[in-house]
Design a protein around this ligand. Sequence first.
Ligand code: PEP
Ligand code: MN
Length: 353
Amino acid sequence: MKDWAKATAHPFVIAGPCSAEGEEQVMNTVKEIVHHANGKVQMIRAGIWKPRTRPNSFEGVGEIGLPWVKNAARAVGLPVSVEVANPEHVEAALKNEIDVLWIGARTTVSPFAIQEIADSLKGVDIPVLIKNPINPDLELWIGAVERFYQSGLKKLGVIHRGFSSYEKTIYRNPPMWEIPIELRRRYPEIPIIVDPSHMGGTRDLIYMLSQQAMDMGFDGLMIESHQNPDKAWSDAKQQITPERLGEILNTLIIREPKVSFDNHSLQDLRSRIDRIDDYIIELLCERMGISENIGELKKKNQLAIHQSERWAQIVKRALEKGKTGGLTEEFILKLFQQVHNESIKHQTSVMEK
Ligand code: PEP
Ligand code: MN
């Protein structure tokens, strides 16, 4: 799918309502989207079966909505995608000639569900887009991708829609960009589409998150758009009008995903970064060597490896020093926790000798 997503456009934009609510709502929304998007939308989306957190909320119109979304997309000459969560959904979607399937975040968490869907797609040549699991677990996300690959599906993509967090943040699902960045490092061939709607949870964040996705060189966007967002039957707060969608797509700054190699000043700066990274690693190796010496002393004197007062002192010093150079507390703390962990591992192996 990298090829078809890339060949079509950069960014590859999927837009449409959170849910199909009625034949007219789908048709009007899709027509308005295409009218305002100025050729910048490549695919239509609509939810048919809705996985809701609590029962007794609108759970989607079901199979009856499949012809609505297919006909609306056909009317504007675009392919269409729906979410599937079990083999019955797959069968109904294929029967109605849906072009692309996506797997919702609540489904990706379950290897049983993913395996059933992947089995039901054996021998079918259809693109599948896999949303990240709701919990920040890259292996679970990759596991779902592997299950589809193993079923013989070749046109795979992923959708990054943010991760659930217990802490209250400005986001509905904080982006945790380091996770899709690591996925890209490990599977560079898989296209990554960012869903700023479920990430932000409110209209105001859609533009900023879409721009961030482009700044990080991801391949596309999935944005919820509804003809009358405030009256939407699901996810009303995060849906935007087709007009606003058009404005956003027309003002996004699209960056080149790859650097051309005749850019000398960039190459210069990059080689300086490489040199600094080498120093950092050499210094860390030296630091671990000293830690091991300390480990030997602690062993001889029957001292515990972890000395909490010393650790508090190290953190305090690092935070103060980092602050004067403009480094955030969060970064320094995470960095030193990692360094400290490694140090403890080295000392433990000395103790165990
Ligand atoms: C959706 O795309 O409407 C949806 C339910 O999203 P998610 O699976 O990301 O929560
Ligand atoms: Mn939604």
